[in-house]
Design a protein around this ligand. Structure first.
Ligand code: WQD
Length: 346
């Protein structure tokens, strides 16, 4: 029996949306989930149910569909808050198809915010990204670091979405907004019942790495080892996806708890605070799994920044959130998920 209230999760069958749904249910929330299934699979709901014993209410809906969104809020007047994950998120694709990204990622937030206002739902947690910082001048990067010009339409939609949220709060509409700036989410639920499901050739490092380790890909290309870093490869802050999901539960707790009298607009970096290079990540994966990852150094990838990692102290101190999972356990979870995926595809 849910005790904490009802949360609408958009992009609920996606990688982070599914893991967050599990944590919300286990924290006592009821979840209404929606997804257009353009980049995820409906049987993710089976995994969520297997882990939690609860199947969220699900709608196959596009966030841009105003009448469908209106119907969901009408059907569920108990929705007290929204976590908005649904968006197109492939950096490279956004360069090729900018209008698809601006339409999808901006209109979906606007449709959602208008529906929330009509129905008196004030709390929203927004899935943002460290990509808004570009290449920070100072590391680790704090929330007051300057937002730099986006390197891709995808990154620009994240920046514009953050500004839309800021402006509606400043306009005096009684929203409570928390913007979570993720660093690099990796890994899978320890049950290996849900995880990252990249469609086609993975763009992100970890799914390509685990597919290479599984023999699905022949060799991992390391995009450059001539950067100004200790081993020459790029550095990122890799955050366990379950740790990231837990940050969303704390954010929802915060916006729903009126006693906290939290500011109407807050922004938090969700990262471990530790930078790891590509070559270090490969080496760590091989050490913890015993599985070799054939790889070669190739040229730099267009648009990559050299190095970024978070200063997570605001999330630690204000949200009460800590990254708990080790890199070793996170890589083990990614591998366990890949092994299970491969077994399923036999
Ligand atoms: C990580 C590092 C690559 C693949 C992007 C978005 C961010 C978020 C996460 C959506 C880089 C290197 C990668 C490969 C490699 N996306 N790499 N070989 O680019 O840091 O972040 O994805 O929410 O917003 O910007 O993540 O995993 O693509 O790359 O060497 O086959 O791995 O050069 O240094 P990135 P990534």
């Amino acid at each position: 029996m849910s005790t904490k209230g009802t949360i609408l999760v958009t992009g609920g069958t996606g990688y982070i949306g599914s893991h967050t749904t599990v944590e919300l249910i286990q924290a006592g929330y009821k979840v209404v989930s929606l997804d257009n299934l353009s980049n995820s699979n409906i049987n993710v709901l089976d995994g969520i149910e297997a882990i939690t014993g609860t199947r969220p209410v699900f709608y196959q809906v596009d966030c841009n569909d105003e009448s469908a969104i209106e119907e969901i809020f009408t059907n569920h007047p108990d929705i007290q808050g929204v976590i908005h994950f649904a968006a197109s998120k492939a950096v490279g694709e956004s360069v090729q198809k900018p209008l698809l990204y601006y339409r999808n990622n901006l209109l979906s937030l606007i449709v959602l915010l208008e529906a929330m206002q009509r129905h008196g739902t004030t709390g929203i947690v927004f899935s943002s990204s460290c990509t808004v910082y570009g290449q920070p001048e100072v590391l680790p990067v704090t929330e007051d670091a300057p937002v730099q010009e986006a390197l891709s339409p995808y990154g620009n939609t994240k920046q514009i979405n953050e500004e839309i949220l800021r402006d509606v709060v400043y306009a005096g509409v009684p929203y409570k907004v928390i913007r979570l700036r993720y660093f690099n989410p990796i890994g899978a639920h320890p049950s290996a019942l849900i995880g990252e499901l990249p469609l086609g050739v993975p763009q992100n490092l970890i799914p390509y790495l685990t597919q290479t380790a599984a023999g699905i890909r022949q060799e991992l290309s390391v995009f450059g080892d001539d950067y100004d870093t200790p081993d020459g490869s790029c550095i990122r802050d890799y955050i366990n996806v379950v740790d990231l999901a837990r940050a969303h539960v704390l954010a929802v707790d915060r916006i729903l708890d009126e006693a906290k009298k939290s500011p109407a607009l807050e922004t938090f970096n969700i990262g471990t605070g530790r930078g790891v290079s590509v070559l270090e990540l490969i080496r760590t994966f091989e050490e913890v799994t015993g599985v070799p990852v054939p790889h070669k150094i190739v040229g730099r990838r267009e648009g990559d920044i050299e190095q970024v990692w978070a200063d997570p102290s605001l999330a630690n101190n204000v949200l009460g959130w800590q990254a708990r999972e080790s890199l070793a356990d996170t890589l083990r979870s990614a591998w366990a998920w890949q092994v299970r995926l491969k077994e399923q595809q036999k």
